[in-house]
Design a binder for this molecule. Structure first.
Ligand code: MG
Length: 250
């Protein structure tokens, strides 16, 4: 099932994507998934970020090849950082190139969406707390990341956390092709089987530190091939059996 949040007739609504149609839901899918009889065409709606997370919990260096290209040793535990809720961005919306950076990078990532409040969850119970999976771009000011002791500034500008286009609830997240396409050219290409720390483990690990709320997301890290974007570029994250998250740099 593909759960979607969108604007139609100037109202925010929730739905389930089936083919080229969206079945309207009675309310936010975080509360309940009850279909109505109303069907809309995908072409007449404007997609939104499927959730507005209270926090983006992000994992650094979760693919071996990316740790190598960053000249970092492999972590023995997940390296966590946060992006603020205000960095949230939508499919097809612009990503702003801030004046403080000269090196803005894309990072294609599989995103875990939390469905119910999670605290001290065991690995074997983690699936029960996951609503589904979507695509994310962990936009990063690479020069500021290298300059600062920690990564908050580099990761936190408004518009630096596009997620979408919808939440896929029925996939195995551990074997999905993931790609980053910049102006039609493939820049990152990997498979989530290469993740060092898998989604179920991450839900358990992170929930032993902080409570995860419904709608919170975990950005699971990016494979190798990170690189720069410039104003006017079209960037898309594509994950097998989920969909495509397109944005433009302005
Ligand atoms: Mg990242």
């Amino acid at each position: 099932m593909k759960l979607v949040k969108f604007v139609h007739n100037k109202e925010v609504k929730f739905g389930v994507v089936e083919g080229n149609e969206v079945i309207l839901l009675e309310e936010n899918f975080l509360n309940s998934i009850k279909k109505t009889s109303v069907k809309l065409s995908l072409s007449e709606i404007e997609l939104l970020s499927p959730v507005f997370p209270s926090k983006f919990v992000c994992v650094g260096l979760n693919y071996r090849d990316h740790a190598n290209e960053m000249k970092e040793s492999l972590p023995t535990e997940p390296v966590l950082f946060l992006k603020p809720s205000t960095a949230v961005n939508h499919p097809n919306y612009p990503i702003s190139y801030p004046p403080q950076t000269k090196n803005l990078h894309y990072e294609a990532e599989l995103v875990v969406v939390i469905g119910k409040t999670a605290k001290n969850v065991k690995i074997e119970d983690a699936k029960g707390y996951i609503l589904g999976y979507t695509c994310g771009n962990d936009v990063t000011a690479r020069d500021l990341q290298k300059k600062d002791v920690q990564w908050t500034r580099a990761k936190s500008f408004d518009s630096f956390a596009p997620i979408g286009p919808w939440i896929e609830t029925e996939i195995d997240p551990n074997s999905l092709d993931i790609k980053l396409i910049l102006n039609g050219e493939i820049k990152q290409k990997s498979n989530t089987s290469n993740l060092i720390f898998k989604p179920d483990f991450l839900v358990s690990f992170i929930s032993s530190v902080m409570t995860l709320l419904p709608g919170d997301v975990i950005m699971t890290g990016t494979p190798s091939g990170v690189g720069p974007m410039k104003v006017g570029d079209d960037v898309s994250v594509v994950i097998e059996n989920i969909g495509t998250l397109p944005n433009r740099i302005i």
